[in-house]
Design a protein around this ligand. Structure first.
Ligand code: GRF
Length: 194
């Protein structure tokens, strides 16, 4: 099976996914694509010998449909079976999501359904939550709203800032995303807490 991974930044989740797809794993990364030409994850992917591509959203100036069409063309060139969004910071059109219906996953740094959208860690701290975490979900037209496949929980400490909390959550992302991708590929759509 072929997995395309979409990033916008450093790509630490992309790295943990790519590093998991070795040996007897039924998948291999076939593409790492970013909407940001300078994304650090592109070099990391290239260093691992993974084909990369850039579809810069800036020239499309808000023409979301045209950007998504260019994105689909670049992705489908790599003939992926599954798409993993990993720190991909673009809201996708329903047409894009329909094109990959049932075979696209995302990792989100909150205990969904809480804190969809951005600034999740600061919002959890501001709400005086005692726990935070991350979720892997199937991507549907509702932003951060698809069926949840996995979650990991961490404590929020009184001294936490968004940065210290993010640093506690990120390793959990690197744990649950590869395991959930493998389960997903084996047809396991159950919800699991790690
Ligand atoms: C992570 O917090 C991830 O949950 C969010 O983007 C952040 C950076 O991810 N989606 P990565 O290091 O680029 O994988």
């Amino acid at each position: 099976k072929r997995v395309a991974i979409l990033i916008s930044g450093g790509g630490s989740n992309m790295m943990s996914l790519a590093e998991s797809m070795t040996g007897d794993h039924p998948a291999r990364p076939c593409l790492v694509l970013s909407n940001v030409p300078s994304a650090g994850g592109l070099q990391k992917a290239a260093d691992m010998g993974i084909p990369t591509a850039v579809v810069d959203h800036k020239p499309f100036k808000g023409d979301r449909a045209a950007f998504d069409a260019a994105l689909i063309a670049a992705i489908d060139d790599a003939r992926p079976d599954i798409i993993c969004l990993a720190g991909f910071m673009r809201i996708l059109t329903p047409e894009f999501i329909d094109h990959y219906a049932g075979r696209m996953l995302n990792i989100h740094p909150s205990l969904l359904p809480k804190y969809k959208g951005l600034h999740t860690h600061q919002r959890a701290i501001d709400a005086a939550d005692t726990e935070a975490g991350c979720s892997v979900h199937e991507v549907t037209a509702e932003l951060d709203g698809g069926p949840i496949l996995a979650q990991a929980r961490v404590p929020i400490l009184p001294s936490d800032t968004a940065d210290t909390l993010a640093a506690r959550v990120l390793p959990k992302e690197h744990l649950i995303y590869p395991e959930t991708l493998r389960r997903f590929m084996e047809g396991d759509r159950s919800f699991r807490v790690y």
